[in-house]
Design a protein around this ligand. Structure first.
Ligand code: AMP
Ligand code: ZN
Length: 472
């Protein structure tokens, strides 16, 4: 079953498949490394990671590129304000970003190009656009893209439907603009005093690239003129992705990306979580409040990527409970998680979870199905249906591993506690074991619950039982 995914360009749910019949090649706009990424940013990166995981757990190869935006208005302004060299400043935040990605169990992209390392590619792309009559040098010394030269401009963001017309007089000099005008936008910014040391030589004099051209140059460098899919948060649809399409397609005459995958925002009280609104949470903040990265990841998976997701601490608490249930299941089946870049592909009894994920990455539905299966399988286990059935237990564990791999969740069984077991607890557990041997399931269940209330979990082996402390 192939992955079906909503495509912003066609406004349809369409199959994702590799153009070259080998790997699905995709580009994700990466972080602007000027501060810690917040969990809103990570909603987008986690969903892109799930996209890749769903492809890989269904047998596809992928080529995943995610860039680092290490030169733009924001990185330059902040590094200047702090009196730090741009490179040192962005290095520091890149290290922090990588650390957070590791905490959240994000697969490492196959390539992570940085904008600063691709200035020559950006310059040559701008040269091609000038030669083709799609860009021009203005009186202010900067180079602009001529929006009117690309009649398709606005197709992704449906500018025409919103009755926004192109302006031939306006020009946009900043990297990010709120204004929904299709004005000529900047490709190369002439050197200004406030840029400090951050300028490069070019055929148009000293200056620096605009943000949009960076992503066009980096994606095409690594993935070629045309590739399978391009992704980012919904805020990037206009102008960033619209501009990337215009630049790239004018330069190559080819379709830039065949599929556009956008992730709706993480919100706080109805507003987008963002640095400028000051309503953000970072992973570190949540660690300080006692939450784990896995619990954060779970929250980010709990909503459909096509809808805004409201962040609340109640949802963090719910996520903690949900993760604890998964760990109980892992403990029961003696499941030992494997981690790494090789993902399990046999879903076995968990196939309904995979089907929900392949259907437009429906993570809430997939989690719902996962919990139904976890409950059913646990009940079957309690009834003794898995006793002596090592193959069946292994199949469940493999399916659970594939499920965890697709969600990117690492579910550790609850730790076997080496503390002394009080005699009365041992007695109760022995009574339960005897009840089980005599197939008095009701009594066995009742005693299991009594033990649970006393803070102990019984796990049955073939010949004997084991007692562990419950987590809460
Ligand atoms: P930035 O570091 O600002 O360049 O953003 C990195 C990624 O996070 C981009 O794909 C943005 O679209 C995305 N993003 C920014 N804010 C949010 C949010 N509140 N929810 C989801 N994604 C976001
Ligand atoms: Zn980008």
């Amino acid at each position: 079953m192939p992955l079906q995914l909503y495509d912003t360009m066609t406004r349809e749910v369409r199959e994702v498949f590799p153009m070259d019949e080998n790997s699905v090649r995709f580009y994700a706009c990466g972080p602007t490394v000027y501060g810690p990424a917040h969990i809103g940013n990570f909603r987008t990166f986690v969903m892109q990671d799930v996209f890749r995981r769903v492809l890989e757990t269904s047998g596809h190869k992928t080529l995943h590129v995610r860039n680092l935006t290490d030169v733009d208005d924001k990185t330059i302004r902040q590094s200047q304000e702090q009196g730090v060299k741009l490179e040192d400043f962005t290095d520091k935040w890149t290290v922090r970003f990588h650390r957070d990605c590791e905490f959240l169990n994000l697969l490492t992209p196959h390539a992570e190009p940085s904008a600063v390392e691709h200035i020559p590619e950006q310059i040559s792309l701008i040269e091609r656009l000038i030669e083709g009559g799609n860009a021009y040098r203005a009186n202010d010394g900067s180079v602009y893209f001529k929006v009117d030269a690309f009649p398709e401009y606005g197709r992704l963001s449906r500018l025409a439907e919103r009755e926004i017309t192109t302006s031939t007089t306006d020009r946009e000099t900043s990297d990010e603009y709120e204004r929904e005008t299709a004005a000529d936008f900047v490709l190369w910014k002439v050197r200004r005093p406030e840029d400090g040391e951050n300028f490069w030589d070019s055929p148009w004099g000293q200056g620096r690239p605009g943000w949009h051209i960076e992503c066009s140059a980096m994606s095409m460098k690594v993935l070629g003129d045309s590739f399978d899919l391009h992704s980012g948060g919904v805020d990037l649809i206009f102008p960033h992705h619209e501009n990337e399409i215009a630049q790239s397609e004018c330069a190559t005459g080819k379709t830039f990306a065949r599929h556009w995958f956008h992730i709706a925002h993480l919100m706080v009280e109805g507003k987008k979580m963002s640095k400028s609104l000051g309503n953000l949470h970072t992973l570190e903040d949540l660690f300080e409040q006692g939450y784990s990265a896995q619990e954060v990841r779970y929250v980010l998976l709990s909503g459909s990527y096509r809808q805004p997701l409201n962040f609340t601490f109640d949802s963090m608490k719910a996520s903690r409970k949900a993760m604890s249930k998964l760990r109980d299941f892992a403990t029961k089946f003696n499941f030992i998680p494997t981690t790494g870049n090789t993902l399990e592909t046999e879903f076995g009894p968990f196939q309904p979870v995979q089907e929900a994920l392949l259907s437009d990455l429906s993570t809430p539905e997939a989690l719902g199905r996962c919990f139904s299966l976890v409950r059913e399988l646990s009940e079957a286990y309690e009834r003794g249906e898995y006793e002596g059935q090592q193959d069946a237990v292994s199949e469940v564990c493999r399916g659970f591993q594939a499920t965890c791999d697709a969600f990117g969740l690492v579910v550790e069984p609850k730790k076997v506690d080496l503390v002394e077991i009080p005699a009365d607890i041992e007695n109760l557990a022995q009574k339960r074991w005897n009840a089980k041997l005599s197939k008095d399931w009701a009594m066995a269940d009742q005693l299991r619950n009594e033990l649970l209330e006393l803070g102990w979990v019984v796990k049955d082996g073939k010949e004997k039982f084991e007692l562990t402390r419950s987590a809460e």
